[in-house]
Design a protein around this ligand. Structure first.
Ligand code: ZN
Ligand code: ZN
Length: 173
């Protein structure tokens, strides 16, 4: 049997961030993020309204202020806040995988939360995030998955999960 290539950690967590983004409720930007420490997920977040509050994709619609929708908590903020709410591992020294590089507001919160590396699928609006990360001593990598991994992912999602029963061990006679 051919050996199946395992994804790199960056490919692995970025793919999860993309799945998380599908839960987002603001169609102005569907973003997702995964907060990771020592290659383990601490929390996940997508942009959506706070618990119990109306979402952008409901009757209430967007809540616009100065050209931005402010109804949602951003994916990165939700990661930090969920880690706080769950009371699990400290976010100090963590890495965030996020579909888009954080806006400046989220960047500040990640810096205070002790995030040391940001892995993003693309820069969002503001290229000055690079300089901000340098100043704060936070690594910033723009990650593009390899074609091999994308092809593999398509296979993984196309294939159903099959039942794998242990063969009957009872003697036949
Ligand atoms: Zn919105
Ligand atoms: Zn943000």
């Amino acid at each position: 049997m051919p050996t199946i290539q395992r994804p790199s950690w960056d490919d692995y967590f970025m793919s999860i961030a993309k799945i998380v983004a599908t839960r987002s409720t603001c169609d102005r930007l569907r973003a997702g993020a995964v907060l990771v420490k020592n290659n383990r997920i601490i929390s996940t977040g997508y942009n959506g309204a706070p618990p119990g509050m109306p979402h952008c994709d409901g009757a209430a619609g967007h809540k616009m202020e100065e050209g931005h929708c402010i109804r949602t908590v951003h994916a990165e903020e939700n990661c930090i806040l969920q880690a706080a709410a769950l009371g699990g591992l400290s976010t100090m020294g963590s890495t965030i995988y996020t579909t888009y590089a954080p806006c400046y507001h989220c960047f500040k919160k990640l810096a205070v939360g002790g995030v040391k590396r940001i892995v993003a699928g693309a820069i969002y609006r503001d290229p000055s995030i690079k300089e901000a990360c340098e100043q704060a001593g936070i690594g910033l990598d723009i990650h593009q998955p390899s074609d091999e991994w994308l092809a593999r992912l398509a296979e993984v999602f196309a294939a159903p999960i099959e039942e794998k029963l242990v063969p009957d061990q009872t003697p036949s006679n």
